[in-house]
Design a protein around this ligand. Structure first.
Ligand SMILES: NC(=O)c1ccc[n+]([C@@H]2O[C@H](COP(=O)([O-])OP(=O)(O)OC[C@H]3O[C@@H](n4cnc5c(N)ncnc54)[C@H](OP(=O)(O)O)[C@@H]3O)[C@@H](O)[C@H]2O)c1
Length: 234
């Protein structure tokens, strides 16, 4: 199967207790520097296609924009749509089975947008995506099948390496499905301590069928500002 899907590398930034919600860590100058480590290491790893869950995309990128639904749209086929994009290999990908994200243009921070949908979404939503040139792929009737989604990212867009960048729920789904090959964890010198804050991987108890996953430590590096960069392979 591996050769049919992209190689998946997960990058996450956490407190020492594995928490991932950076907005709970305050706004001091030091915290801003620490939060900047994520983009710095993202660039350093250099994988040009990245994927996030719907919640992370709306919170950190689309600013909770509402979906646009074109009025009076006649029924549309549930065929994948590949919008016009350059050959830089830079893609911003969202997992949004229920089409809750609002898109206004076909790029996010210069990267071509691909959204992963289920077939239940409205025709008017698809028509708007085509109007603005956002690519979409279908990966299930009502639920997203991650293996189908990954295989299509490779076959339709030539994506051989993919950076999985959270949050907890998308990471948990990839973990549960055995679809992560490598993890880069940036361990910040922060103790969070919240009991309600998310951690790196979250799988609903009712869905959790696997035991804990054992990884192999590949590299440890101390970088500036007391940050540890841990690299594991699965
Ligand atoms: N510290 C870090 O490095 C880091 C990195 C990224 C994000 N974050 C933070 O993480 C938080 C969001 O994390 P989150 O766990 O709440 O949400 P998330 O993983 O970003 O998104 C989860 C949503 O994605 C959609 N989805 C569709 N198919 C899915 C599938 N198979 N598995 C999982 N999700 C699927 C679902 O949307 P529907 O509910 O619409 O179906 C689901 O609710 C944000 O606060 C963000 O800032 C931190």
């Amino acid at each position: 199967m591996k050769e049919e899907r992209p190689y998946v590398t997960c990058l996450m930034m956490t407190s020492v207790d594995g928490k991932i919600l950076g907005e709970k860590w305050g706004n001091s100058e030091k915290m801003e520097i620490l939060r900047g480590k994520f983009e710095q290491i993202h660039e350093e790893i250099g994988i040009k296609a990245w994927i996030v869950g719907r919640t992370s995309m709306e919170k950190d990128f689309t600013d909770f924009a509402k979906p646009v639904i074109k009025d009076d749209q006649p029924p549309m086929d549930r065929n994948d749509y590949v919008g016009k994009h350059d050959d830089s290999g830079r893609f911003a990908i969202a997992l949004d089975g229920k089409a809750k994200l609002g898109w206004a243009e076909s790029t996010m921070q210069g990267d071509h947008v691909i959204t992963i949908l289920t077939e239940q979404v409205k025709d008017g939503y698809l028509a708007h995506l085509q109007d603005i040139g956002v690519s979409y792929i279908f990966a299930g009737k009502n639920e997203i099948d991650l293996t189908v989604a990954l295989n299509k990212l490779r076959s339709l867009f030539g994506i051989e390496k993919l950076m999985l960048e959270g949050g907890a729920r998308i990471n948990g789904s990839f973990l549960q499905a055995g679809l992560i090959d490598e993890l880069h964890q940036l361990l910040l010198p922060i103790a969070d301590g919240g009991t309600e804050t998310s951690s790196i991987f979250e799988i609903d108890l009712k869905d959790k069928t696997n035991d804990a996953t054992l990884m192999k430590l590949k590299k440890v590096k101390q970088i500036e500002d007391d940050v540890l960069w841990l690299n594991y392979i699965f």
